[in-house]
Design a protein around this ligand. Structure first.
Ligand code: PHE
Length: 337
């Protein structure tokens, strides 16, 4: 028995320096100190030792147990201390990704367009989102019974056209023409609101960029040239465009600019309603009534104006096929642009 105690002591003495982690320590405890462990097992056999040997064997066994428990406890303390100061680090785990934000695709479009127009000599102006009927309609030559004034298209804040959410950025033209003297060459980006049902092509709240150039002898050819220069810079030399006659109360003559569909390249698809073309802006020569309303003599000055829908431009630029994707704020969509 004494021999067994000695060899167990030797075994334990070899094991102890090898204990480096709490896992090792637990294995040690399970091997020696639990009820069925090697050390406890020796105590069980004490009953078989002869009466005269018992005190000696018992003493040796107790010494070994004391020694083992003291060592066990001090190792336990040591490991707990070091666990507090140095957290377990698994160096094999992949590093945490650093999420950096980026500009929203609509903002990227606005900034890209502003950059191009600024390089062509346009300055930037802004106006309020909450407008009155005068700036949004009357000064822009809308007749009193124009359907756009209807509750169905316009979000009114107060009745009688007193206050409303602007339905386009054209009221900023009025504010600019009333506060500046020609020549005026500026663009006016901003948010606009329409009481429309939301679908893949339209939203109730979106953005436009308005453009305005007023000077002596401005011609429609200049409007065309400016827009074509812009469009080629924005979409590349090989995109195709066409002007189509149109109507706006505040321009005469008026036109719309179409671009060949980005998805089907002009063959006809769901996005372009099988026409092969997508409308990107409205434009025209500023109506003489609008010039006079703003104190500019239509016999001396003329000018052109245009207005883009920015979300539409963003779809063309990114190839997204549903305008709603822009505002669902799904990171998986936004981080692609
Ligand atoms: N304001 C018009 C719209 O919202 C666009 C436009 C602007 C047309 C300027 C002509 C000139 O549809």
């Amino acid at each position: 028995m004494i021999n067994e105690i000695n060899s167990l002591r030797a075994e334990i003495a070899v094991k102890l320096p090898g204990i480096k982690t709490s896992n090792d320590l637990e294995n040690f405890r399970l091997e020696y100190l639990v009820k069925k462990g090697k050390l406890t097992g020796l105590f069980d056999r004490l009953k078989d030792v002869s009466k005269e040997d018992k005190p000696v064997v018992g003493k040796e066994l107790n010494l070994l147990r004391q020694f083992t428990e003291t060592e066990f406890n001090s190792l336990k303390d040591k490991l707990e201390d070091s666990a507090e100061s140095v957290p377990d680090i698994d160096l094999t785990l992949p590093g945490r990704r650093n999420f950096t934000g980026s500009k929203h695709p609509v903002l990227q479009t606005i900034q890209g367009m502003v950059d191009i127009f600024q390089s062509m000599g346009f300055t930037v102006a802004e106006g309020p989102d909450i407008e009155d009927g005068y700036h949004n309609f009357d000064a822009l030559n809308f007749p009193p019974d124009h359907p756009a004034r209807d509750m169905q298209d316009t979000f009114f804040i107060k009745s009688d056209s007193e206050l409303l959410l602007r339905t386009h950025t054209s009221p900023v033209q009025i504010r600019v023409m009333k506060s500046q003297k020609p020549p005026i060459r500026c663009i006016m980006p901003g948010r606009v609101y329409r009481n429309e049902s939301i679908n893949a092509r339209s939203l109730a709240e979106f953005h436009q960029i308005e453009g305005l150039y007023i000077n002596k002898k401005v011609t429609f050819a200049e409007l065309k040239g400016t827009l074509m220069t812009f469009a080629k810079k924005m979409y590349g030399d090989d995109s195709k465009f066409r002007f189509r006659p149109s109507f706006f109360p505040f321009t005469e003559p008026s036109a719309e600019l179409d671009m060949s569909c980005f998805l089907c390249k002009g063959k006809g698809c769901r996005i372009c309603k099988q026409s092969g073309w997508l409308e990107i802006l409205g434009c025209g020569m500023v109506h003489p009534n609008v010039l006079s309303e703003c104190g500019i003599d239509p016999d001396e000055y003329s000018g052109y104006a245009f207005g883009f829908g920015i979300e539409r431009v963003t779809l063309l630029r990114t190839g997204m096929d549903d305008i709603r994707l822009l505002y669902e704020n799904d990171i998986r969509v936004l981080e692609q642009f």
